[in-house]
Ligand binder design. Structure first.
Ligand code: GRG
Length: 273
């Protein structure tokens, strides 16, 4: 199967799992409607797909990884809802549809983001020990997603250095990707050294993902974009360097036959063509 069709099939399969999970909640109140709207408006689902690939490579069964897989997408969707708010990026549209605060209102958007965040921890706590909750807290809090967003907002009017842009990429984007690769290794009870390698692997994929996102979304007044410093071809060279690193240093912690991580990295890079 071609990687494009594979990604599409994986996305559809994840959407079914998510629907099943969310259908446990009543849809009669406005908050549940806002939560469902924020989750189901057409994302690529790259994070759960990566988490599933890492799990499959380790031979985990779906029952062992599904809570972690849904939980990472809930965190991601919460971050998008809050990112669109007027006090943050102030976007009226997300994925081609009205952003949650435009469809509902700001208060319900804040609450739906908060609820997605807490639900993701509930899902982890239901199934795993505190190790995984701590991991998710770490990648999504001060030293991760929230910290990266704070830098992004803080530097809006300033001149940001290349190093700060790369740091922001790591916090705002690559940290959640770390979780996708590392969580299955923690669930599978792997040793510390292997867990750390899987973390580096996830981080490297996240850095590639963000460079490609910068290339695809560049606008002239974009102050935080890597294309402020690199031209497109130079930025792609950096992706290829990370890709080689990922394929040579980290692939040996996984069985190559049982996963498509290498193809997915190539798929991500090809989005910039
Ligand atoms: C509010 C704590 C907080 C964080 C917001 C998500 C975010 C941080 C900012 C949005 C802008 C941005 C470029 C973030 C970097 C990560 C990124 C590329 C998000 C978009 O991820 P995709 O492309 O989104 O996977 P879909 O729509 O496919 O789910």
């Amino acid at each position: 199967m071609k990687i494009e069709s594979y990604m599409e099939a994986q996305k559809n399969s994840f959407n079914k799992d998510l629907k099943k999970y969310i259908s446990k909640f009543p849809k009669s109140n406005v908050l549940s409607k806002a939560i469902w709207y924020s989750l189901s408006n057409g994302g690529k689902r790259i994070r759960p797909i990566l988490l599933r690939e890492s799990s499959k490579a380790l031979g985990l069964k779906k029952a062992e990884y599904i809570n972690a897989m849904i939980s990472i997408e809930l965190i991601h969707c919460y971050s998008l809802v809050h990112d669109d708010l007027p006090c943050m990026d102030d976007d009226d549209y997300r994925r081609g549809k009205l952003s949650t605060h435009k469809k509902f209102n700001e208060a319900q958007a804040v609450l739906s983001g908060n609820s997605l965040l807490t639900l993701s921890f509930e899902l982890l706590a239901e199934k795993y020990n505190s190790r995984l909750c701590k991991e998710l807290a770490d990648v999504s809090g001060l030293n991760g997603l929230a910290g990266g967003q704070s830098i992004d907002i803080d530097v809006k009017t300033k001149n940001i250095s290349l190093n700060s842009i790369l740091k922001m990429h790591e916090l705002k984007t690559a940290k959640l990707f770390e979780f996708c690769l590392v969580a299955p290794f923690i669930i599978a009870g792997k040793n510390k050294k292997t867990i750390e390698l899987s973390r580096q692997y996830g981080k490297t994929i996240g850095k590639i993902f963000q460079i490609i996102d910068d290339i695809c979304d560049f606008e002239e007044d974009d102050h935080n974009n890597i294309l402020k410093y690199y031209n497109k071809s130079h930025a792609l060279d950096l992706c290829r360097k990370y890709q080689n690193q990922a394929n040579s240093s980290f692939q040996n912690i996984l069985s190559k036959r049982n996963n498509k991580l290498t193809d997915i990295i190539e798929f991500i890079i090809n989005q910039a063509n």
